[in-house]
Design a protein around this ligand. Structure first.
Ligand code: LLP
Length: 417
């Protein structure tokens, strides 16, 4: 366990969280290197070459996290030119990157081609045509995979379900064969793969298996037509327990995919896990500013806000909240843990039993994925610092944002305007 108590004190590996907060301030994201490595191994050990894991950068894109994963042999799944630049800055290689996303701009496609991107995961016919045009201008062949929407119900929050017909993502299964044929005829495209991604925070293996069934059938049909599909990318979406949910066991699914791949022969498999690699490897540490008892509710007002961790506000997501120092002799209260931002949605937990008072530290658990990457400067709040621990060593991997940087690039109107 990377986050654990020694007597009354919460530790991140062998670092006391109180010490980290004292040194780096709060709010603070703390990541465990050992946890990221262990999560990675859970996939990698069941995923022999030539199969590939492309970490979904959007889950946590800190350079130190990307660099650690690159050193573990990761490829990357990106959704913007910015994420590609981050991967390269972190020591990743463009040929190990797949580029997903529904609305890639002209400049992003050109940049990715110049860098030698591993594959574009294409989401529409219009995008195919745009990539063909840009590749022709550059006199290169663009590696492409078509993202197919397998129309399965991922049984997750509607905001993060992506594999249904009604979603904006991918090419409908009913049109996929025709679009593949068109792509295969475009002279500057190299149609090398098919991909899908059905949603995020999925805790049951069934939707993945349903999607796999449909995608393998597609690969078979395409190959029968002479379209040489070399890889199948089944996306990410593996859920983690935030509350008391049963853990999703990925090993069986990974084996099933390989069994199916062996059947069709000479097929490289890819996955794009994000949350499952970093989610439980991070916490957000926040300080209690005030305890505010009320007639209907009691509040713990903390120094982190929805701008630091948006998931509760956006999805009503549950994150466990634990005291960094357990108190003896202080009674638990029923409290809402809320932030300083001027929005009622600015909360981390409702009706929690916590024994905490002004000045205490709280840890919001499972904040390693879609935490810092979704942070904003709303209410002119500098984004938090990030620290990675390794044993008893802590490294500051992102400084707290200096306040002045928040209005850098802003300009006053001239006197005569
Ligand atoms: N591949 C594609 C094409 C994706 O769109 C995503 C996530 C992933 C891979 C990685 O999925 P994961 O393994 O992390 O589930 N902000 C939301 C999650 C949005 C996920 C978007 N796509 C949250 O905080 O729950």
């Amino acid at each position: 366990m990377s986050f654990h108590y020694k007597e009354t004190e919460l530790f991140a590996e062998d670092c006391a969280v109180t010490d980290l907060a004292a040194k780096y301030g709060t709010p603070l994201f703390v990541y465990s290197k050992a946890a990221i490595k262990a999560n990675w191994e859970q996939f990698a050990q069941h995923w022999p070459a030539p199969h590939k894991l492309c970490y979904a950068v959007k889950a946590n894109s800190n350079l130190a996290v990307l660099n650690l994963l690159a050193r573990l042999g990761a490829g990357f799944d990106i959704v913007s030119g910015g994420e590609l630049a981050r991967v390269l800055a972190a020591g990743g290689k463009a040929q190990d990157v797949v580029f997903s996303g529904v609305a890639k701009s002209h400049d992003e496609i050109a940049y990715a081609l110049e860098q030698g991107i591993g594959c574009f995961n294409v989401e529409s016919t219009a995008e195919l045509e745009r990539i063909q045009t840009i590749a022709a201008e550059k006199g290169v062949k663009a590696p492409v995979s078509l993202r197919v929407n397998p129309d399965v119900d991922a049984q997750t929050h509607p905001y993060i379900a992506t594999g249904l017909k009604a979603n904006k993502f991918g090419i409908a299964m009913s049109e996929a064969r025709e679009v593949f044929r068109r792509a295969a005829q475009m002279p500057n495209l190299n149609v090398c793969g098919a991909d899908c991604h059905i949603g995020s925070q999925i805790l049951s293996p069934q939707p993945f298996l349903d999607a796999a069934e449909r995608m393998f059938a597609l690969v078979r049909d395409l190959r029968a037509e002479g379209i040489a599909i070399k890889h199948l990318d089944m996306g990410g979406g593996f859920g983690i327990p935030y509350q008391q949910e049963e853990k999703l066991e990925v090993s069986g699914y990974l084996r099933e995919l390989q069994r199916k791949a062996d059947e069709v022969g000479d097929l490289k498999l890819m996955l794009e896990p994000g949350r499952s690699i970093v989610g439980n490897a991070g916490i957000m540490v926040t300080k209690v500013e005030y305890y505010k008892p009320g007639s209907e509710k009691n509040f713990l007002l903390v120094d982190a806000g929805m701008n630091d961790l948006l998931r509760p506000a956006l999805y009503n997501a549950y994150h466990a909240i634990q005291p960094v120092q357990r108190h003896d002799g202080l009674d638990e209260q029923l409290v809402d843990v809320v932030g300083p931002v001027c929005e009622t949605g600015d909360f981390f937990g409702h009706a929690r039993h916590l024994a905490a008072q002004e000045g205490d530290l709280l840890a919001v658990m499972n904040a390693g994925a879609y935490g810092f990457t979704m942070a904003s400067n709303y209410n002119t709040r500098p984004r938090a610092a990030e620290v990675m621990v390794h044993g008893d060593t802590a490294t500051l991997i992102r400084e707290r944002e200096p306040l002045e940087s928040l209005w850098q690039g802003e300009h006053l109107l001239g006197d005569n305007v």
